[in-house]
Ligand binder design. Structure first.
Ligand SMILES: Nc1ncnc2c1ncn2[C@@H]1O[C@H](COP(=O)(O)OP(=O)(O)O)[C@@H](O)[C@H]1O
Ligand SMILES: [Mg+2]
Length: 327
């Protein structure tokens, strides 16, 4: 983490809890302008909760109990809800994992995107509508004029996802949080959306947090990677470092679980033995210890700190030095 420059987005020891149980525990990362940071990890590791915390859109009962989120140096955790509302959509926007739930069921999809453009940028309706048509086309919505007049329930899940992506991109936010943005889409559209995100990131210097379980997407799209396990960041680094010299056993196993290129069926990351523990039963010490091939007494007992092992490469593992030598 560079201290002398203000990062575009910073999660600083972010901790999210429900009824005294933490779901996200001391998460920290920086995202620079024009950078795509992939947040990876198996299902249930707290990726979506982290994303929702950045947006301050956590579900009822779930809250940020510690740490801060900074957007260009501005502490978002201290803003009033009204101030935060002005930040959302304009400065930071999100593509949600559940597209249907994110859309208003009572409004045509055209109206909701036009409305967001109108509200945030003060564009006249007619002008806003032209922008929406263009954006719908960009995200691969055929017959955009007809689609605009439809309600979410009239559209397929994939189509709703494209509408939501259009809605998230249309105001040109400085930060985009994309939570598994292409999971429900076929590969062609998926590639198209990722290309769009990459272009937007490069052209407008958008900072992107791309949540994905697809390691192939990470290699193709991201500049940096943060690996999350059981509510904590266990490794961060440049995409090159992470792929060339992964240090955390969890990262190493994740990389080994990449589906083979000739495997047509999209696979989820579940080839590592065992499962992610439940937040109520998070183990002591290193939370990965029960599944780790290198586990020792210290791992069961003490939490490993997230240490810098190379420039811009941080790892939380008691055995990372030995593993690096062995690797
Ligand atoms: N509304 C909620 N209340 C309590 N726990 C929740 C809620 N939503 C999710 N969780 C739990 O929080 C943990 C992290 O979930 P999530 O952030 O969705 O993981 P990921 O996105 O990495 O799959 C999981 O154990 C999940 O069961
Ligand atoms: Mg999720």
């Amino acid at each position: 983490m560079t201290e002398n420059t203000t990062p575009l987005l910073r999660a600083a020891d972010l901790t999210v809890a429900v009824d005294g149980t933490s779901l996200v525990d001391g998460v920290r990362f920086d995202v620079a302008a024009g950078e795509i940071m992939a947040l990876v990890g198996e299902s249930g590791c707290g990726k979506s909760m982290t994303a929702l915390a950045l947006m301050r859109l956590l579900p009822n009962g779930v809250s940020i109990v510690d740490g801060e989120v900074f957007l260009a140096g501005r502490n978002l955790t201290q803003l009033s809800e009204a101030e935060m509302e002005a930040v959302r959509g304009n400065d930071i926007s999100m593509i949600f994992q559940e597209p249907v739930a994110a859309l208003n069921p009572l409004m045509t999809v055209g109206d909701q995107v036009v409305e967001s453009l109108h509200a945030h940028q003060g564009l006249a309706r007619r002008e806003a509508m032209e922008h929406v048509l263009d954006m719908f086309q960009l995200v691969g919505i055929a017959d955009p004029r007809d689609r605009m007049r439809q309600y979410p329930f009239e559209l397929s899940g994939g189509m709703c996802q494209r509408v939501m992506i259009a809605s998230a991109l249309i105001c040109g936010p400085s930060v985009l949080i994309a939570d598994e943005p292409t999971t429900a889409l076929d590969v062609t559209i998926q590639a198209q959306i990722l290309k769009l995100i990459k272009e937007m990131c490069a052209d407008r210097q958008t900072g992107v947090v791309l949540i994905t379980h697809d390691i192939g997407v990470v290699a193709d799209t991201a500049d940096r990677v943060a690996v999350m396990y059981a509510g904590r960041i266990v490794e961060t680094g440049s995409v090159f470092e992470i792929f060339a010299a992964p240090r955390h056993p969890y990262t190493q196993l994740l990389l080994k679980s990449v589906p083979r290129l000739d495997d047509k069926k999209k696979q989820r990351l579940h080839v590592i033995d065992g499962v992610v523990p439940d937040p109520q039963h998070w183990p002591t010490g290193c939370r990965f210890h029960a599944r780790c091939p290198f586990v020792s007494e210290q791992c069961r007992r003490d939490r490993p700190p997230l240490d810098e092992v190379a420039a811009d490469h941080m790892v939380a593992c008691w055995h990372q030095a030995e593993l690096a030598e062995a690797g």
